[in-house]
Design a protein around this ligand. Structure first.
Ligand code: DGL
Length: 281
């Protein structure tokens, strides 16, 4: 396989894919947003289903996983790496940016920027996995943009398994959402960041509970906009008239959740390819 360097990328006529990864299938929310915004781009997506969930693992482990999956994407000639996982964005992106030869983009910074733009009263809430919330990555990103806002956060570890079970519109999920979010609706936030790439699949149920007065910030849509800006800035758009496609690979079985995500997102992922992680579990 031809080795890519930043120079070869800039002058390349061959369409190289955007490499996207998540701990599992939740990052397909980002892939779907990219397909919609950038239909001319090829996307190669890898879900690390052999090692999902990332949400409760240490920073060292997440950094290793992020590097190993990025290497699989680089082996597919990815021109940029999109980290479609908040946990890996919070804990793995800084190291990837230092060490990879292609641009790397995560979901935290675009989500933080969108939240600061959206808030009217300066009170922002963030929900995510334990790893994302404990890292305080959203707080740092938001305060760096606007030191006057207040940020409150809540980890919601049970939401990911409920979504993976397909209980997207279900009274049990509604009760869990209420348990996690009731403090937010009473503490006056006007903006809530869905800081996990699974959560957009439960967007309607979350909006129903928090009510129309709270704006939901979706990391998937905002990440896609940031990817478009990055491709523009680096001169990395696919050739005009190229029709993009989506290829999906996983490091283990994808079970029923893939079909849940396909249906909810209105995308067709076709045959899922298998990729093996050299580093193991
Ligand atoms: N999609 C992951 C994220 O955005 C959550 C799933 C996991 O815990 O691996 O953080």
């Amino acid at each position: 396989m031809r080795k890519l360097t930043p120079d070869s990328l800039a002058i390349s006529e061959e369409p190289h894919p955007i490499g996207v990864f998540d701990s599992g299938i939740g990052g397909l929310t980002v892939a779907a947003a990219l397909r919609q915004l950038l239909p001319g781009e090829d996307i190669f997506y890898i879900g690390d289903t052999a090692r999902v969930p990332y949400g409760g693992k240490s920073a060292t482990t997440i950094q290793r996983y992020s590097r190993e999956i990025s290497d699989l994407l680089l082996a597919e000639s990815a021109k940029i790496i999109v980290v479609a996982c908040n946990t890996a964005s919070a804990l793995g992106v800084p190291r990837l940016k230092e060490t990879l030869h292609v641009p790397v983009i995560g979901v935290i910074q675009p989500g933080a920027e969108a939240a600061v733009r959206a808030t009217q009263n300066g009170r922002i809430g963030v929900i995510g996995t334990r790893g994302t919330i404990a890292s305080e990555a959203y707080q740092r990103a938001i305060y760096a943009l606007d030191a006057k806002v207040t940020v409150s956060s809540q980890s919601c570890p049970i939401l990911v398994p409920l979504i993976e079970e397909g209980w997207i519109d279900d009274p049990i999920s509604d009760a869990v959402i209420e348990r996690y979010l009731e403090k937010f609706v009473s503490n006056g936030i006007d903006t809530l960041v869905l800081g996990c790439t699974h959560y957009p699949l439960m967007r309607e149920a979350i909006q129903r509970f928090v009510g129309p007065g709270i704006t939901l910030v979706d990391s998937a849509a905002n990440c896609a906009l940031a990817v478009r800006d990055l491709l523009q800035e680096k001169g990395l758009f696919a050739p005009v008239n190229h029709r993009g496609n989506l290829r999906v690979a996983a490091t283990d079985a994808t079970d029923g959740f893939l079909r849940v995500a396909e249906k909810a997102l209105g995308i067709d992922v076709g045959e899922v390819e298998l990729r093996t992680v050299r580093g193991g579990s």
